[in-house]
Design a protein around this ligand. Structure first.
Ligand code: AMP
Length: 418
């Protein structure tokens, strides 16, 4: 299968080949012709599958035939849960439409609204926005949806996680009912089905491989370690493996910052990205990571959601996530679009509950790999051979902790976006 056989025009085929893509991914093969036929689509697909090109390429083609937008009018609206993802999608739209006359912009919170209002004055073919800022712009009468042709909801499951459902429904009321709607989600939960039911018109359902098969392109390693030695272990692994670029997940914002400090003291350039950092600091950290000045980017789960760095070789779970599905999202940052990736998890004995939950979600048990010189001092010693399984760890005796932390994560998420 080639991009040429999907019905894309020459200008788009040129941009695709300039991006270095030779073969469409499965989601692109399925979605592109259907979107071009102007049918609604409900696609269940993870980040890393090439879903962004799956909707942006045909969307640009559909828009390219029509008249330019008038002042304040928007012809296609892409709603994303996070600012990083909005910027990412906008970059894709700009890259793919470089040989065409398409005006696009990403507008999100955390930066001044006035320049965004001015940007809308010229009208936009494609607006990529986060829900909060979009509503603000509408309330300030900076935007007009009367000529909207296409609506895309990207990472709809994450929007629900972040509590944006009311915003989404509100935005829907502002849009013309005659439009094409595309919804992308990593899961197809009952909540997503109900949201889709109210927004899509006779959609074609495209379901890509389930969660755990995405994970198959990623080599997963679990190192049992003492909690207090995790930073030391991470520094050791970075030096020993000479990782040029590694994304590290920290459960807390404070933990992320202190890890950046420890890495810096060890002479490893590191930066962090989380909700307490300004948009400017987040953009700078991401740019440094992309251009290679920052070797280690330490991120909290939600901040990392929109990060898309081509061929990220390695991700490290400094802490195991409380929400097992986040593990899948985390390791989906590597091994993208057919590249083999490496996901390393540092597991301390207090995380056995999280480990069990992750093993349930991915449907396999981890073999422990003890690092010479860093064998854990307590129970984890039982995993002394490379193939030892972790099934024997005792469950966390304080189940309450998990609930409390879950709440904390939720709060974290609510403060992040606009
Ligand atoms: P996405 O799932 O949209 O976040 O895309 C994941 C990554 O795959 C991005 O870095 C894209 O640039 C890359 N990508 C998308 N489509 C292709 C393709 N057909 N061939 C190679 N890489 C691709």
């Amino acid at each position: 299968m080639s991009f040429g056989s999907l019905g894309l025009c020459d200008a788009l085929l040129k941009s695709v080949s300039e991006q270095g893509y030779t073969t469409p991914s499965p989601i692109q093969t399925e979605a592109i012709p259907v979107v071009l036929s102007q049918r609604d689509v409900m696609a269940v697909a993870h980040t890393g599958t090439g879903k962004t090109a799956g909707f942006t390429l045909p969307m640009i083609q559909l828009l390219s035939g029509g008249p330019s937008p008038q002042a304040q009018y928007v012809r296609a609206l892409v709603i994303t849960p996070t600012r990083e993802l909005a910027a990412q999608v906008a970059e894709s739209v700009q890259n793919y439409s470089r040989h065409m006359n398409i005006r696009s912009a990403a507008l999100f919170g955390g930066v001044r609204i006035e320049p965004q209002i001015a940007q809308l004055q010229g009208g936009l073919d494609v607006l990529i926005a986060t829900p909060g800022r979009l509503i603000d712009l509408y309330n300030q009468q900076a935007i007009n949806f009367e000529q909207l042709e296409i609506l895309v909801l990207d990472e709809a499951d994450r929007m629900l996680d972040l509590g944006f459902v009311d915003d989404i429904r509100r935005i829907q009321m502002l849009l013309p009912s005659q439009r094409q709607t595309l919804m992308f989600s990593a899961t197809f939960s009952t909540e997503i089905q109900s949201l889709a039911g109210g927004m899509l018109n006779n959609p074609l359902l495209i379901e890509m491989a389930a969660t755990n098969s995405t994970v198959d392109t990623v080599k997963q390693i679990m190192h049992p370690v003492d909690k207090a030695r995790k930073s030391e272990v991470l520094i050791h692994l970075i030096r020993k493996n000479k990782w040029p670029q590694v994304l590290v997940f920290s459960r807390t914002k404070k933990g992320a910052d202190s890890l950046v400090g420890e890495l810096g003291n060890a002479g490893i350039s590191a930066d962090s990205i989380h909700a307490n950092r300004t948009q400017h600091a987040r953009t700078r950290a991401l740019a440094g990571f992309r251009n290679g000045n920052v070797v280690v980017l330490v991120a909290t789960d939600i901040a990392a959601r929109g990060i898309d760095v081509n061929q990220l070789p390695c991700v490290v779970n400094f802490n195991l996530p409380y929400v097992a599905e986040d593990y899948v999202h985390r390791i989906g940052r590597t091994g993208r679009a057919g590249n083999v990736g490496l996901a390393v998890s540092l597991f301390s004995e207090d995380e056995s509950k999280q480990l069990q939950a992750i093993e349930r979600v991915i449907g396999r048990q981890f073999a422990g790999d003890i690092i010479p010189g860093f064998a854990p001092s307590k129970k984890a010693k039982a995993g002394s051979s490379d193939d030892e399984e972790y099934g024997h760890f005792e469950p966390d005796p304080k189940p309450q902790r998990r609930g409390q932390s879950r709440k904390k994560i939720k709060r974290d998420r609510f403060v992040l976006d606009d």
